[in-house]
Ligand binder design. Structure first.
Ligand SMILES: C[S@@+](CC[C@H](N)C(=O)[O-])C[C@H]1O[C@@H](n2cnc3c(N)ncnc32)[C@H](O)[C@@H]1O
Length: 287
């Protein structure tokens, strides 16, 4: 039997390196965005579950449109050895950041072979045919006209397998139309969502994300969005026009304590007069 080492010779656990407080100079806007806005593991599970409900089979080939840093696509690939993902984004520097900070640390060499990142316009990608397409955080709102958004939704329809599903999230309610900045505290920084301008004539809306740090420094307009605010009625009509045979709205429930969303979505035909709401439009292609 090996002699037990005297307690004194045990190595002391290394004290955790004290992290320096974040400042505007040291922070990385993509890291902060991912921490404040995204929940990629939860989302990968969530969309897999809803896809199974619609298609009756597991979600294997996922296309993440407007993927940015592709962190959700990475988590989809990690979920199952047969899962594949295609991430599409126009912006090369953001995709490159995603490769370095998400793809390499999160995925093994084998898993990386099941992920393709395409620097392309979402309007120009059709193959490989996907089981599901996600366009999240309202990214499709870059399309300012009905005909442009219809072209996008039609392209998604063509890019799906029979029985495939397109998921778009949407937001609205009177609170969205008010010029204001909502602040949420996170570890080491404050996330600020600014609703800067809204034009009721053309439904254009300008929003920005800022980050504030304990030393008083700020990353102003770390992200800026010039969007059209689409209504659920318009989105539903466009899905039908694009050829989707089933079109549903998943409506988020309310947390009774906070009055905010509770993360639980149900298929709903009537929404409520909520101050602010988040919903998901689901379109399924004929099987
Ligand atoms: C709001 S970010 C979305 C990031 C991530 N998908 C999320 O859910 O948070 C929008 C992304 O869409 C990209 N983008 C905008 N227009 C595009 C287009 N026509 N085709 C592909 N990507 C586009 C931008 O480069 C940007 O990275």
């Amino acid at each position: 039997m090996a002699a037990r080492k005297p307690a004194t010779s045990r190595r002391k656990p290394k004290p955790k390196a004290k992290q320096k407080p974040l400042t505007a100079r040291t922070a990385d806007r993509h890291v902060l965005y991912q921490r404040a806005v995204q929940a990629p593991e939860t989302d990968a599970r969530f969309y897999d579950r809803w896809f199974r409900k619609y298609a009756g089979r597991p979600l294997r080939v996922l296309r993440e449109d407007f993927c940015g840093t592709a962190v959700l696509a990475c988590h989809h690939v990690k979920r199952h050895p047969d899962n594949r993902a295609i991430g599409v984004d126009l912006h090369w520097p953001t995709l490159a950041w995603g490769r370095i900070h998400n793809v390499r640390p999160l995925l093994s060499a084998e898993q990386q072979t099941r992920l393709s990142l395409l620097q392309k316009n979402v309007l120009d990608v059709r193959r490989p045919l996907a089981d599901a397409i996600l366009a999240l955080n309202f990214s499709y709102s870059v399309f300012m006209t009905r005909s442009d958004l219809l072209a996008y939704i039609k392209n998604c329809h063509r890019s799906l397998q029979p029985g495939g599903v397109l998921f778009l999230d949407a937001w609205g309610g009177p609170d969205v139309l008010v010029a204001k900045t909502d602040k949420t505290r996170h570890k080491g920084f404050v996330y600020e969502w600014e609703q800067r301008a809204y034009d009721p004539i053309n439904h254009r809306i300008q929003c920005a994300i800022h980050f504030a740090f304990p030393d008083g420094s700020r990353l102003r307009s770390a992200f800026f969005y010039d969007w059209r605010l689409w209504t659920l009625a318009e989105l539903r009509e466009l899905f039908v026009e694009a050829g989707f045979t089933t079109v549903d709205v998943l409506w988020e429930g309310t947390d009774q304590k906070t009055g905010g969303g509770n993360g639980v979505f149900r298929k709903t035909v009537r929404g409520g007069m909520d101050e602010a709401w988040i919903a998901i439009v689901v379109g399924q292609k004929a099987k």
